[in-house]
Write a new protein. Structure first.
Length: 128
């Protein structure tokens, strides 16, 4: 009978652990940023300009890799209209959208985060 309380505790703890990881991103067009869930943990979309990570993002979206850099508008278009209907986008406000967390959107966030660290150093937080 001890197995039942232990199992319940593990399920409860597992559920709490998953609360730390939002299952969506918020794309804020007015602020030109991509945020984890509704949190303030955001990355500036303009970081795609100096980025050399477009090939990794293209690969995550299953599109051909190009040698040229992307504009913010091209990145936004890719995220809002993913190829092959990779995921569904939900508009949550006049200029905000919810995108599901998946390999493609996680890749965008991760490489924007990497650009932030490389340009501004670890732990440095810019004022927006």
């Amino acid at each position: 009978m001890r197995i039942m309380p232990i199992t319940a505790l593990l399920l409860l703890l597992g559920g709490c652990a998953s609360l730390d990881q939002p299952r969506f991103y918020t794309l804020d067009l007015d602020g030109t940023r991509l945020c984890r869930g509704s949190s303030g943990q955001c990355q500036n979309l303009e970081l795609i300009g100096p980025s050399y990570n477009e090939p990794r993002i293209a690969q995550a979206y299953g599109i051909p890799v190009t040698a040229r850099g992307w504009s913010v508008e091209e990145l936004v278009q890719l995220m809002l209209s993913p190829p092959e209907q990779l995921y569904d986008v939900q508009q949550s406000g006049p200029a905000t959208y919810h995108l599901p967390a998946n390999r493609a959107t996680d890749t965008v966030f991760r490489y924007l985060e990497l650009e932030e660290r490389q340009l501004y150093g670890g732990g440095h937080k810019r004022d927006d």
